[in-house]
Design a protein around this ligand. Structure first.
Ligand code: UDX
Ligand code: ADP
Length: 454
């Protein structure tokens, strides 16, 4: 069997790598219109950083995993075609700012219809608005070949993608359960996963349930973070400690302890986009109360980012003009080089608006990417890129920790304190440092939802 994946991004690349590894007899082609991305996948420096990914790519690339820009040939040769292209929030026309832009998906469907000589199973892998499968189906129908459309949303989280792919909580396959052809397609895909995923974890649903489940799962996860972040503001006002509250609340087995880490706000390519998409769907189906409910999750996230930036400016005597601020971490979370919707973007933009001087250190994000995200040129005098966190903190007024990279926990903060200006501030946007130790060393400190310090 041969499969093809259109889109060699953060989802398509790692997912297909795991398919190739788990099924040595399966030929896997990953194709993309972006030639630079494909050459990076074929080089020693992969375009996506994920722990464990490099090793597996090296093992299977050229054997049964191939990266190429020859999209038409790969589609034609495949029995199953995965669509794993981006579906960003629309920036134009109807639904601008909330609906998902499915133009990349549509162009893939058209390409599949045009170049295929036989019917295939077409799988939506990217998160799609509910009923996108309908659009794909009707485009494919025009070819007259028998296509089956499945929805198989990916639940991997970046930074733990390889572990999540190897041992998923569940695999969801939505398809046309009412026809033998539909059931056959669902089973064909299920039997690939069944090579390494226990059968009871492979859930089969109709297409619309599958599409909606992905949006709902991300909305629930984001909602938990906004819930605890809303409480963090109250903790700061009352003297409670949000981590203690999260621990006490999360010990209730009905609530559970995961995803209750208060932070500067969630980021990533999925939460914001999927929530907006959900809000748009609710409005589209004339459910304004439901739309308003989910919009609240987004609003709390924006509030949290703003609140954190304001706390910092206020603590530095409401003036950060010309002050050196060390930015520890720019990725939206640890163990990834992805910066999409990173809270660091909004926080740093606020600082630049206040004319601060920013000294960045992130172990995986390039200076070019940071400049792109902030909409500034590489030579901009207001920013500086450092090779170590120590360089960034040298003569700084403050350190602002925005990504929970493990290395930040183990730095020599005594040395750092000695090199900073006084008062030496640390703003821990992830509550991941040892606050007691930092206070003992003489730092001024603010965490998130820590009403009892400073
Ligand atoms: C998410 C979903 O977890 C995944 O199932 C889906 O397939 C894609 O979207 P991802 O965005 O890659 O994955 O990472 P995730 O671990 O969910 O983190 C998202 C954001 O929330 C990050 O900015 C992270 O730092 C933040 N976060 C997470 C918190 O602020 N607190 C938490 O308790 C957990
Ligand atoms: P995700 O996080 O969903 O994987 P990415 O943006 O990382 O999103 O990856 C999506 C990839 O899809 C990009 O590399 C982009 O070039 C590719 N892509 C978009 N449209 C097409 C298309 N019509 N044909 C082939 N590749 C496409």
């Amino acid at each position: 069997m041969r499969i093809c994946c259109i889109g060699a991004g953060y989802v398509g690349g790692p997912t297909m790598t795991m398919f190739a590894r788990k099924c040595p007899d399966l030929m896997v082609d990953v194709v993309d219109i972006n030639a630079d991305r494909i050459s990076a996948w074929n080089s020693d420096k992969l375009p996506v950083f994920e722990p464990g990914l490099d090793e597996i790519v090296r093992e299977v690339r050229g054997k049964n995993l191939f990266f190429s820009t020859d999209i038409d040939a790969a589609i034609d040769a495949a029995d199953i075609v995965f669509i794993s292209v981006n579906t960003p929030t629309k920036t134009y026309g109807y639904g601008a700012g909330s609906a998902a832009d499915i133009s990349y998906v549509e162009s893939c469907a058209r390409r599949i219809a045009e170049v295929s000589k036989s019917g295939k199973i077409v799988v939506e892998k990217s998160t799609m608005p509910v009923r996108t499968a309908d659009a794909i189906k009707s485009i494919l129908k025009s070819s007259g070949l028998g296509f089956q459309v499945l929805s198989n949303p990916e639940f991997l989280a970046e930074g733990t993608a390889m572990k999540d792919l190897e041992n998923p909580d569940r695999v969801l396959i939505g398809g046309d359960e009412d026809t033998p052809e539909g059931r056959g397609a669902i089973e064909a895909l299920a039997s690939i996963y069944a090579r390494w995923v226990p059968r009871e974890k492979i859930l089969k649903t109709n297409l619309w349930s599958s599409e909606l489940s992905k949006l709902t799962a991300n909305a629930f996860l984001a909602q938990r973070i906004s819930s605890i972040n809303a409480i963090s503001a109250l903790c700061e006002a009352t003297g409670a400690d949000v981590d203690e509250v999260a621990c006490a609340v999360g010990s209730d087995s009905r609530i559970g302890s995961k995803f209750l880490r208060s932070s500067v706000g969630y980021g990533g390519s999925c939460f914001q986009k999927d929530l907006l998409n959900l809000v748009y769907l609710c409005e589209h189906f004339n459910l304004p109360e439901v739309a308003k409910y989910w919009r609240g999750v987004i609003e709390i996230n924006a509030y949290q980012k703003r609140r954190f930036a304001e706390t910092i400016v206020n603590s530095l005597f409401r003036n950060i003009r010309g002050k050196r601020i060390a930015i520890f971490g720019f990725a939206f979370k640890e163990n990834t080089n992805d910066t999409r919707e990173s809270p660091a973007i909004d926080v740093c933009r606020d600082f630049l608006n206040e004319h601060a001087h920013l000294a960045f250190y992130d172990p995986k994000v390039s200076s070019l990417q940071i400049c792109r995200d902030l909409g500034i040129s590489m030579g901009d005098k207001r920013v500086e890129f450092c090779r170590t966190p120590y360089d960034a903190a040298d003569k700084a007024h403050a350190i602002v920790l925005l990504t929970q990279w493990e290395e930040f926990k183990n730095l020599d903060y005594k040395k750092i304190k000695g090199a900073m200006l006084n008062p030496a501030w640390i703003f821990d946007g992830r509550n991941c440092l040892d606050h007691r130790l930092l206070l003992e060393l003489g730092f001024s400190l603010r965490g998130i939802g820590k009403g009892n310090i400073a």
